[in-house]
Ligand binder design. Structure first.
Ligand SMILES: [Zn+2]
Length: 109
């Protein structure tokens, strides 16, 4: 530390304090309000006009995300749901059949 002081000298130390004095302690929320990150991100989002799979982000095809103010492609949601139904059809049918069989048994006895 002594070595550092000898090299940088008083002038550097003074400039450091000059810079530090510009800093103003504020809350994180206030710091974010003053910053430009929000604007930059909003600008970037507006620049994105298609979902990752290439569907248009039109008002009809766009759904608001509940959790993070984001948006969601309706076409992709529908595709995903259809895919899921197809994949789980067997399981779903088996569960329904088991339920009906159980009900029949209960009614019979
Ligand atoms: Zn999509």
């Amino acid at each position: 530390m002594r070595c550092y002081r000898n090299i940088v000298g008083l002038d550097t130390e003074y400039r450091f304090w000059e810079k530090v004095n510009f800093l103003e302690p504020v809350t994180h929320a206030e710091n974010m309000r003053r910053g430009i990150v929000g604007q930059v991100n909003a600008e970037r989002q507006r620049g994105i006009t298609h979902c990752p799979k290439g569907h248009d982000y039109t008002p009809e095809n766009t759904q608001a995300r509940k959790t993070n103010n984001g948006r969601k492609c309706r076409q992709c949601s529908a595709d995903y749901a259809a895919e899921w139904r197809k994949k789980n059809q067997e399981k779903s049918r088996a569960a329904s059949a088991a339920y009906r069989a159980r009900k029949r048994a209960e009614a019979g006895s």
